[in-house]
Design a protein around this ligand. Structure first.
Ligand code: ATP
Length: 319
């Protein structure tokens, strides 16, 4: 089915006969595969009598050559799949199999993309970026402090470079444009954080997605914000360069060196929020983050510090 899609990716018309000849199958088998493509990958295909079949919009696939052409200096090899359960899960399997870090896992599609606390990350085929970068961390808990916030800064800057000027941060690890989520981050760690461990920096960015009924919250994408489709290879390259630079600063100087920059870009700085911790809701005003990336809230006039992967922020007026 993907071979057929690769024949159609230019967005031009292809006759059923030519497609069948290229694939060595009958015209009716082509027709069946096209129906599967539309249904399973949610890709609209135009059919015009006398002309053939055309993808409603052209597709560009992920390519390690194109990524390298835009970011030659990046030091990590890239593993690209057509479809995978989750790029984080694949990264963890590769660590287990002894693959040397750093390395990057990308996929055109995730069938079980993950968010925090077992939530699902909606990951349609060839529209977005599903990105898991694996780092090896040696003997430095400090290198993990504030790491997911640092990744957020890199993602936000890559989005600014792609024309999404309104992209900003929401503690701890979301990238929003106004109220709409454009990217999410999920860090997963294996090994001993106080000795040698591997950390998977999982990033999902909505790039050319225009419809996604399964997403249960407000969302947006690069294309919806800028009005034009973007080559995902360019975004992957730009993100890699941003990550390289932010991770390097973080490694040399710790989160403290990036704390102020993070706070400046926090969408809800100074806002009244509810912090959701399981069944508890803590109301307060956002003061900022501390030197480890923990949230500083003023609760009844007293400064309190919160951290941990189970916490979610909501604005008070829509909590
Ligand atoms: P919050 O902190 O607001 O509670 P979260 O950090 O727990 O969010 P994530 O784990 O980052 O959320 O992402 C999972 C959630 O994101 C899903 O429950 C869904 O609401 C939303 N979501 C899923 N797929 C997408 C997508 N492609 N684009 C935007 N939002 C999505």
């Amino acid at each position: 089915m993907l071979t057929l899609l690769k024949l159609l990716k230019d967005g031009r018309f292809h006759s059923g006969e030519a497609l069948g000849a290229a694939l060595g199958i009958s015209r009716s088998a082509v027709w069946k595969q096209l129906q599967h493509l539309e249904a399973e990958l949610n890709l609209p295909i135009h059919k015009v009598r006398g002309k053939g079949y055309q993808l409603a919009s052209p597709l560009t696939f992920l390519s390690s050559e194109k990524i390298a052409a835009n970011a030659a200096a990046l030091p990590w090899p890239v593993h690209i799949s057509d479809s995978i359960d989750s790029t984080n899960a694949e990264a963890l399997r590769l660590i287990e199999a002894g693959c040397a870090a750093p390395f990057l896992v990308l996929s055109e599609q995730q069938t079980a993309g993950r968010g925090r606390r077992g939530r699902k990350w909606v990951s349609p085929f060839a529209q977005n970026v599903y990105y898991s970068l694996v780092l090896r961390i040696e003997g430095g808990l400090r290198q993990l402090e504030g790491l997911s916030l640092v990744v957020g800064l890199a993602v936000m800057n890559a989005l600014h470079e792609s024309g999404v000027q309104g992209a900003a941060l929401k503690w701890p690890n979301d990238i929003l444009v106004g109220h709409k989520k454009i990217a999410g981050i999920l860090l997963e760690l294996v090994g001993d954080p106080a000795d040698i461990c591997h950390v998977v920096l999982g990033i999902g960015i909505n790039v050319n997605m225009q419809k996604a009924n399964e997403v249960d919250r407000q969302w947006t994408s690069v294309q919806l914000e800028t009005g034009s489709a973007m080559d995902r290879n360019q975004l992957v390259a730009g993100l890699g360069l941003q990550l390289q630079s932010y991770l390097d600063r973080h490694k040399r100087s710790g989160f403290v060196a990036l704390q102020e920059e993070w706070e400046k870009n926090h969408l809800w700085h100074g806002r009244e929020v509810s912090l959701i911790a399981g069944v508890n809701h803590i109301n307060g005003v956002v003061l900022g983050v501390d030197h480890q990336g923990a949230l500083r809230l003023s609760v009844d006039g007293v400064e309190k510090i919160y951290s941990g992967g189970e916490l979610s922020l909501r604005l008070r007026d829509d909590s």
